[in-house]
Design a protein around this ligand. Structure first.
Ligand code: PTJ
Length: 275
C-alpha cells in the first residue's frame, strides 16, 4: 500500500498502450534510456504529423529535465494526487478533459479510454491554435474511438474572461460548462482563470513550481504518459468499491488532499534524488 494512499497497492511503471515499439524499431530495447528515447520519438513523430508545434518539443525538454529529477517514475506522492484527481473526476457532474498537441501525440489512446471510464467530454484546446492542427488532433482522437470532440474553432464561441491567448476560446458545451477540468500539460494563465471561474482544475505537470501546478486544485507531479494510465487503474479500483461506500470514500480522498503540501513533497522527492 502506498503510504497515505487509501486504495493504491502497486507502483510499477506503466506507460499504457500509447507507446508503439514498432514505430521506433531503431531504438534498441536494451538501451539504458530506451523509454525516454521512445517518448521523445513519439513527440517528434507527432511534430512531423502536425499534431505538435515546435514549441511543444521545447516544452517536452523542460518536462524531461524534471522527470529525470523524479527518477522517471511515479512517486508515492504522485499516487496520492492521482487518487484525489480520479476521485474528483468521478464525483464531477460534468467533467472535461482538455487536450493539446503534446498530449495528443503522447496519450491520445489513454485520454479516450479515461474519458469513457469517467464519462468526460474531450475538448481540443490549443495555445498555438490553427484549424489544421485542430482537425489533425481531432482525427487522432477519433482513431482511438472518441465519439465527439469539442473545441473546434467554429464551435469555440465562449471566452474565458481575462485571458489573452488563443486558449481563451472554449466550447460552450465543454470547458465552459464543466465543473471539473483535467488539464494535462497546461499554461498557468488558463489554470488560474478556470479556478477563478469556480471550476475544479486537475493538472498534470512535471514541474511542481510552475504556476499551473500551484494554481490547480489538484496537481499530479508526474509525466502525463505515466499518470494517465494510472488514473484509469485508479478509477477502475474506485468503481470496484461497494457503491454505498464509494462516494463517501472519494469525497474523503478529495477533502484530505492538500495540493501545496503535495507539491512540497514532490520537490522533496527531487531533492532526495539529487542528494
Ligand atoms: O499544443 P499547444 O498549441 O496547446 O501548445 C502546447 C505547449 C506545450 C507548447 C504549451 O502548452 C506550452 O508552451 O507549455 P509550457 O508553458 O511550456 O508548459 C509545459 C509544462 O508542462 C512545463 O511545466 C513542463 O515541465 C510540463 N511538461 C512537459 N512535458 C510533460 C509535462 N508535464 C507532464 N507530462 C509531460 N509529458
Amino acid at each position: 500500500m502506498v503510504p497515505g494512499s487509501l486504495i493504491y497497492r502497486n507502483n510499477h511503471k506503466n506507460y499504457g498502450n500509447d507507446i508503439s515499439p514498432q514505430l521506433h524499431s531503431h531504438i534498441p530495447a536494451n538501451h539504458p534510456r530506451a523509454e525516454s528515447l521512445l517518448i521523445r520519438n513519439m513527440l517528434v513523430d507527432g511534430y512531423k504529423r502536425g499534431l505538435v508545434v515546435s514549441e511543444g518539443l521545447i516544452a517536452h525538454g523542460r518536462g524531461e529535465a524534471f522527470d529525470y529529477l523524479l527518477g522517471e517514475k511515479t512517486s508515492n506522492i504522485a499516487h496520492i494526487a492521482i487518487e484525489a484527481a480520479s476521485s474528483a473526476l468521478m464525483l464531477a457532474r460534468y467533467p472535461v478533459i482538455s487536450v493539446n498537441g503534446n498530449i495528443a501525440a503522447l496519450c491520445a489512446k489513454t485520454v479516450v479510454e479515461l474519458s469513457h471510464w469517467i464519462g468526460a467530454r474531450i475538448e481540443v484546446n490549443l495555445f498555438y491554435r490553427t484549424l489544421r492542427r485542430e482537425r489533425i488532433i481531432k482525427r487522432e482522437l477519433k482513431c482511438f474511438g472518441a465519439k465527439e470532440i469539442l473545441g473546434m474553432s467554429l464551435k469555440s464561441t465562449a471566452v474565458i474572461p481575462e485571458l489573452q491567448s488563443e486558449r481563451r476560446r472554449v466550447d460552450p458545451s465543454g470547458i465552459m460548462k464543466a465543473d471539473t477540468v483535467l488539464v494535462p500539460l497546461e499554461d498557468g494563465d488558463r489554470t488560474e482563470a478556470l479556478v477563478k471561474m469556480g471550476k475544479t482544475v486537475v493538472a498534470i505537470d512535471l514541474n511542481p513550481m510552475s504556476r499551473t501546478a500551484r494554481s490547480a486544485n489538484i496537481t499530479i507531479v508526474d509525466n502525463a504518459i505515466r499518470a494517465l494510465p494510472k488514473m484509469i487503474m485508479t478509477v477502475k479500483k474506485l468503481r470496484g468499491l461497494k457503491q454505498e461506500q464509494r462516494e463517501e470514500i472519494m469525497k474523503r480522498i478529495v477533502k484530505e488532499f492538500d495540493n501545496p503540501k503535495n507539491l512540497l513533497e514532490s520537490l522533496s522527492v527531487m531533492r532526495e534524488n539529487l542528494a
